[in-house]
Design a protein around this ligand. Structure first.
Ligand SMILES: Nc1ncnc2c1ncn2[C@@H]1O[C@H](COP(=O)(O)OP(=O)(O)O)[C@@H](O)[C@H]1O
Ligand SMILES: [Mg+2]
Length: 267
């Protein structure tokens, strides 16, 4: 099995500093139904963490806790903490806008804004008060290059984003997310709607970015986790069954449910 190049041995620590995401006793209910059960995990900063597990096991729910998108779903109840840089993002006094600004999100399907390619990338910087055209030009070019899209769109920046292919749209969403300078990139199966070349683009970007950002990616593609993850969380029926450095979880799983999932006996 070819693993992500860098072998990563995490510090086992309860200390929630240096950008680690520390989840403590997290429970999530949709109405009466419990989707996450007593989740305790520290996700390492500036690494790629892959959340894997069968459909319906709670991967998306966990990801939605990190940017508090979970709040926007009616009837949800959350208990427990998610600590980031010493602050509980579920604290009733937490600033949700500030939290979301730290997180870039790539969904299963790209959702470009109904405006031009240029305006999509300039959207966040404009909200943050940048108005000068020359400055916006520089920002848009920089982030489109960061997302490996510049060469394909530089001659049509003022055309609607909807004219791009799905794979290009996902890279545009990446550029738009990066332009607000997040600390964390969240991906919920971000390549599942893409063709293989566009998927490879996104994977390659994640690997390039991991020294700059903490990346947390839900994937149902085990081979993708093998290719790019440093750290793996295996979930099953709302619980974390196993977590650790990717090589350890994938090559030497401790729990039978993990090994059955990896072998494809459960899916
Ligand atoms: N908005 C919702 N309302 C009610 N139940 C939900 C909602 N979203 C997810 N669930 C349930 O919560 C569980 C976990 O879902 P989800 O986090 O989407 O799993 P995964 O991403 O691993 O497929 C599933 O049983 C799912 O049916
Ligand atoms: Mg999901």
């Amino acid at each position: 099995m070819k693993m992500a190049t860098e072998i990563f041995v995490p510090q086992i620590t309860d200390i929630c500093d240096e950008g680690n995401i520390c989840v403590e006793g997290l429970n999530v209910f949709y109405g009466d139904r419990q989707a996450l059960k007593d989740i305790n995990i520290t996700l390492p900063a500036k690494k790629i963490t892959a959340i894997i597990g069968p459909s319906g096991c709670g991967k998306t729910t966990l990801l939605k806790c990190f940017n508090r998108l979970i709040d926007s779903i009616d009837g949800t109840k959350v208990t427990g903490k998610v600590m980031l840089n010493g602050e509980d993002i579920f604290d009733p006094h937490a600033d949700v806008i500030k939290i979301r600004k730290k997180m870039g999100l790539l969904s299963q399907r790209p959702y470009p804004l109904p405006m031009s390619i240029f305006d999509n990338v300039a959207y966040g910087p404009r909200i943050h008060g940048i108005r000068k055209k020359s400055e916006l030009n520089q920002i848009v070019e920089y982030y489109l290059k960061e997302a490996s899209l510049w060469d394909e769109v530089k001659d049509r920046l003022n055309t609607p984003a909807s004219g791009l292919s799905i794979g290009q749209q996902q890279r545009l969403c990446l550029a738009r997310g990066l332009a607000v300078k997040p600390e964390i990139i969240l991906g919920d199966e971000p390549t599942s709607a893409l063709d293989p070349i566009s998927s490879a683009h996104i994977e390659q970007k994640f690997v390039e970015f991991k020294n700059k950002y903490t990346i947390v990616m839900v994937t149902h593609i085990l081979r993708q986790a093998i290719r790019i993850a440093d750290y793996i969380i295996f979930m099953y029926l709302g619980e974390i069954i196993e977590h650790g450095p990717a090589y350890q979880v994938l090559e030497n799983p401790k729990d039978k449910r993990t090994s059955d999932y990896i072998k494809g006996i459960i899916s």
